[in-house]
Write a protein that binds this ligand. Structure first.
Ligand SMILES: [Zn+2]
Length: 418
């Protein structure tokens, strides 16, 4: 059998595996959240607040979708014309066209092009979130955050590109196998190591002071069978008014993180309710599920790219000889971006189902749908979420059920509907 036949066979096996894992781990059943309850909840929200939230999201849209459109356009221009290959060649030129220099500097140039053209849109979005009082960051702080996230992205990108092109360089016929395995391992490593390494780059964490809230959070986690090592406060208030909490780490490193904004904006009962939701993610191993699906999906993508690499017309468009050379970075990114745009609704759907399950977990664990509902109202108000967003946007990109959906789910749960 040829390497190509092996690749095609492996692809089929991985796709079946992916489908089986998805079928078993994704919570397909959605706890009831009747539309009648959603509309009732919507009607009970202050009218001016709903109007303001909708105004805020309308103001954000041109920046968000503009960045998406221009970013995609530039990525396609770099990938489906010889422009990207030319950029990578320039990156490697000072080093005599060495493949390592091409992979690192060429990769940097191609990704930077995409970042730079979307920068004005990001700045525009920043002016909107500042105008609506969600962000309190100065341009200085905003720039520092941007540079930090570029630096984190550059390090991860460098590791990925170097690893990938080392494999295509040293195993030109079988790179898809090593590449798929390596990419899957990288996804697993990033998923578990990244939060630990990256969180402190952006925020400072301090243990929550002893007191009734800390005790009740630790007691809640113990009662749930998801013991945590610590409860930490993140200094989110230096950049945002938005509130949030999450559980990170696994096993002995697991900790609850609460934004300091949450402590000042929400009641202790509401904080407990949010943390109960986060414990649901930990208990159902949602991070692990996401990681396994992500690792399988990435392995599938690498093999699919290898097979796509025999499409001569595509290679001719990009002005490259093979898809495994660093000069094809632009083509690679173009394909990945296109798949990302197409796959977004499916990802959002899965995410919403997982979030709805965590909501249900919070309702069961606290047995307090009223506080859960007031917490949702508070979160929506402080974060200026559109309580009932347009259907197209919800289906395309909403990672969480809408505020009115979550309030309706609490009402249905309170009536004993499951
Ligand atoms: Zn969640």
């Amino acid at each position: 059998m040829t390497p190509r036949a092996w690749a095609a066979g492996t692809l089929v096996v991985l796709l079946v595996l992916l489908a089986v894992v998805a079928a078993v781990t994704i919570p397909w059943h959605r706890p009831p959240a009747p539309r009648a309850d959603q509309l009732a909840a919507l009607g009970q929200l202050p009218r001016d607040q709903v109007a303001r939230a909708r105004e805020f999201h309308s103001a954000l849209r041109p920046g968000s979708y503009g960045a998406m459109a221009i970013g995609l356009l530039v990525t396609l221009a770099l990938g489906l014309t010889p422009l990207g290959a030319w950029l990578v060649t320039q990156g490697g030129r000072p080093f005599g066209g060495n493949w390592i220099a091409q992979a690192l500097l060429g990769g940097l140039l191609v990704t930077l092009a995409g970042e730079v053209v979307t920068l004005p849109f990001a700045a525009w979005r920043h002016t909107v979130v500042v105008r609506y009082g969600i962000s309190i960051q100065s341009w200085g702080g905003w720039t520092v955050d941007l540079l930090k996230s570029w630096a984190v992205g550059a390090v991860i990108g460098a590791v990925a590109l170097l690893g990938f092109y080392a494999v295509t360089h040293f195993a030109p016929r079988w790179w898809w196998a090593f590449g798929a395995a390596g990419a899957a391992v990288l996804v697993v490593l990033l998923s578990f190591i990244l939060p630990v390494l990256v969180e402190p780059v952006f925020n400072k964490f301090t243990p929550m002071a002893d007191g009734p809230l800390r005790s009740s959070l630790i007691e809640l986690a113990d009662r749930d069978g998801v013991p945590v090592r610590d409860v930490l406060i993140a200094d989110a208030s230096r950049r945002t008014r938005a509130v949030n909490a999450y559980v990170s780490g696994i096993g002995p490193t697991r900790r609850i993180v609460v934004y300091d904004t949450m402590i000042t904006e929400a009641t202790p009962g509401e904080v407990v309710s949010v943390v109960a939701h986060e414990l649901g993610h930990a208990k159902d191993n949602d991070v692990l599920t996401g990681t396994i699906l992500g690792a399988l999906g990435t392995a599938v993508a690498v093999i699919a790219l290898y097979l796509l690499g025999s499409w001569a017309g595509l290679l001719r468009l990009a002005g490259v000889d093979t898809i495994g050379e660093p000069r094809a970075i632009g083509l690679l990114l173009a394909v990945v971006s296109l798949v990302g745009v197409v796959a977004a609704p499916a990802q959002a759907f899965v995410s919403r189902r997982i979030e709805a399950r965590a909501d249900e977990h919070a309702l069961v664990l606290t047995g307090d749908p009223a506080t859960f509902e007031s917490m949702q109202r508070r979160l929506g108000t402080v974060n200026l979420s559109d309580p009932d967003p347009p259907t197209w946007e919800y289906l395309y990109s909403a990672s969480h059920p809408s505020t009115v959906e979550r309030m309706a789910a609490a009402r249905a749960y309170g009536r004993g509907e499951r």
